[in-house]
Design a protein around this ligand. Sequence first.
Ligand code: GLN
Length: 189
Amino acid sequence: MKIGVFALQGAFIEHERAFSALGAECGEIRCRADFTGAFDGVVLPGGESTVQGKLLREEGLFAPLREAIEGGLPVFGTCAGLILLAKRLTNDANVWLATMDVTVRRNAYGRQLGSFRAETEVKGIGKFPAVFIRAPYIEEAGAAETLATVDGKVVAARQGHMLATAFHPELTDDLRVHAYFLKMIEGKA
Ligand code: GLN
C-alpha cells in the first residue's frame, strides 16, 4: 500500500509516521512530478489552507489532484485538508478542490479555544482523543456521512472514498483513524 502525503506545508511528517507504523509506504508530494499514479491514497495534512491551496496551484498540482479525487482516488484530509476538500466555506471567499459535499467554517472555535483536546466517538472506530488546533468544523454534512461530533458539531465525515477530520489524529499515538483510511482504501471499511 502506498500513500502520497502532500508535503507543501503543515503537519505532514506526523502522517508519514502514522502510516509507516501501520506498514504502509509513504511518498511525499511537493511538485507535479511527485504526483504519479503510484499512490493508493493521498493525504492532505493540517496547516494553513490558504497557503496550501495557493501552493497546490503554483506547483501545477491543483487540477491533477482534483481530477484524481473526482476519479475515485481515496483521500484523507485533516483540518486544513478538510477545508481544501469542502465544496462550501461559510467564512472564507475561497473554495479549493470542492470535491466533498460539506459546508465548513474555518477557525470555528474562536481564539480562546484555538487549541484543545476533546474525547469523541468516531463511527466504526470508537472513543478517540481528538486534538484541535485552530480547527474548522463541518456546519452541514450534505451528502457526506457524519462520523463524529463534538458538542453537536460535526468533526469527522466520510463521503465514499473521501475521509476528513477537523481534528489531528496524526498528533496522537492513536493510529486507528489512519488504520481506518487504509481499510477504506482496501474496500474493507
Ligand atoms: N486554521 C487553519 C486554516 O484555516 C487550519 C488549522 C489546522 O490545519 N490545524 O487553514
